[in-house]
Design a protein around this ligand. Sequence first.
Ligand code: NAD
Ligand code: DAU
Length: 335
Amino acid sequence: MSRKILVTGGAGFIGSNFIHYLAEKHPQDEIINLDKLTYAGNLDNLKGIADRPNYRFVRGDIADLELVDGLFQEGLDVAVNFAAETHVDRSIGDPDDFIRTDIYGTYTLLEAARRHGVGCFVQISTDEVYGSVEEGFSNERDPLMPRNPYAASKAGADRLAYSYFATYDLPVIITRASNNFGPYQYPEKVIPLFVTNALDSIPLPLYGDGLNVRDWLFVRDHCSAIDLLISRGEKGETYNIGGGNLLTNRELTARILEFLQLPETLIRRVRDREGHDRRYALDSSKLKKLGWEPEADFAAELETTIAWYRDNRWWWEKIKSGEFKEYYKKQYGNR
Ligand code: NAD
Ligand code: DAU
């Protein structure tokens, strides 16, 4: 069965991986990729996709109601909203775009969906909405306690999407995933930043004591979870998607350096992130009851990911010599 699917933010890290996943698993699907191409959007992430007859790229803003309305008017089976400002450090420096895109942009999409209907609307939320979880595991009924402007904007969008289910019966599903890793991740995020810095003998800026914990999820497992939820998820429900690989940043950094056979003297302890969440950890049993399991072997996929950045300098060198350069100087220059 062929479906018409709108993917927003499909030129970013997870959105592009999701499009590659769909193209492989559901080659009949018609895909529309709506992306503004902010600093994080990159058409290089979609190599091999652009020429497909059932793929269309639309450059535009999810907060542009006229544009979005026109796309929903075409009649969509599925919409998956990945589009967002996503980097916590940038949200601390300047939250404005986060409120505009993550909250208002989601509202615009929901409005268009309400007007024209859609078979399934997936709102991609995040585990950061639970805030810092010092012990135990967050489940979907836990209170939301976001602690930085990015997380708060995502929490707003998350509950706004739910309200469209409760109020208008829009078929919404909300997902909250943990930290993703894999190819095509913008090198402001810790894994690609540390790998590419290390490859160029630039110090790795480890925040604070390096003991913050993240739960790492291979991006392909995130994609398979979303795919499953589109067909089997219950409308109006929220699902955690955790990789189950909890690591301190120190452990993660040590693994990267070990794989690259580089010394730990490359690590530079720098001033901590403001309001730095200590730990995220998800209970994903609700999703697992639908039949999902992460397939990735964490150690193996971390290595393939590090190797991917090592072997694809063409992809990240362009980025690191562009907009990123100024950002990096501002971000780390005074730490
Ligand atoms: P990313 O920053 O790599 O990509 C975001 C994409 O959205 C870019 O292509 C950008 O151009 C596009 N975009 C931004 N503003 C837009 C706008 N106004 N209109 C249209 N397009 C716009 O992000 P990512 O890491 O791939 O994250 C994708 C989604 O997954 C986000 O919603 C994020 O909150 C969520 N998420 C990410 C992670 C993670 O670990 N990366 C974990 C859980 C949830
Ligand atoms: O948990 C899901 C979230 O994961 C997503 O919702 C966000 O969009 C995504 O950016 C990510 O947020 P984090 O803040 O966890 O990711 P980041 O890669 O920025 O940082 C991961 C950890 O590494 C965090 O504890 C901060 C630390 N860190 C990060 C950077 C960039 C450092 O020690 N040094 C750094 O230079």
